[in-house]
Design a protein around this ligand. Sequence first.
Ligand SMILES: NC(=O)c1ccc[n+]([C@@H]2O[C@H](COP(=O)([O-])OP(=O)(O)OC[C@H]3O[C@@H](n4cnc5c(N)ncnc54)[C@H](OP(=O)(O)O)[C@@H]3O)[C@@H](O)[C@H]2O)c1
Length: 248
Amino acid sequence: MFDLSNKVAVVTGASRGIGKSIAKAYARTNAHVVCVSRTEKALTAVVEEIKKENGSASVSACDVSDPETFNNLIKDTGVTHGSVDILINNAGITRDRLIMRMSEDDWNTVIDTNLKGAFNGIKAVTRIMMKQRFGRIINISSIVGLVGNAGQANYASAKAGLIGLTKATAKELASRNITVNCIAPGYIATDMTNQMDDQTKDSLISQIPLGHIGSPDDIAATALFLASDEAGYITGQTITVDGGMVMI
Ligand SMILES: NC(=O)c1ccc[n+]([C@@H]2O[C@H](COP(=O)([O-])OP(=O)(O)OC[C@H]3O[C@@H](n4cnc5c(N)ncnc54)[C@H](OP(=O)(O)O)[C@@H]3O)[C@@H](O)[C@H]2O)c1
């Protein structure tokens, strides 16, 4: 149903987990996907998988918290591929600790990657998308940004900040036909959640009305819809994809 032919998409955090699923979903619907993370080797493996399925993708290693590198990556993408139509700010990390024990470094590193990384990306694509009079920006937040979570003050602040960043930029960029939306995933099976002990996993699953943990493809399906022409009248929204865990 959805078709991203002739679109160029930059997906951060594409080396594994949710970002990898989004990259593959976009490539299957005919976008060229620029796969971004800090690890070139892992990105190359993802791009090889995409090419095996006859998709189009390239590797751009970058730390999203570094504004200059991220800006250069976006500029180079525009020059090489002729446009930057879709930006997925998905790169994210956790450094969980109770607030009393949270170091300034734990705080800064999480904010710099999860929130400032998205700011860097949006700032870099804005000029290009404004000229094109087309753009789709999707920020990957979390239900933790909506309801909080003990031990994740840094992460919850970054994820709540992304929702504010989404709303402000959606209002600024709407007149140029650029939509900005957020996805708030719940509990999704990736490396980020695999480290939890079985007791914590069982307790989380018991709070999910649909009764099971989500998959990265569940998030990719929503990211595909939001990037499509069909979602052209949606902006400034946060779509929760969490099996019903949080209903506001
Ligand atoms: N899994 C969940 O249950 C869940 C729930 C809610 C929200 N989310 C959010 O969804 C997003 C993806 O999570 P995930 O579960 O797929 O995590 P993941 O498997 O740990 O993957 C994180 C990705 O981000 C990249 N990354 C981390 N720091 C980066 C940086 N400074 N610059 C560039 N890339 C960086 C990683 O690649 P490198 O290490 O190669 O750089 C990797 O590709 C995150 O924003 C996360 O907060 C996840």
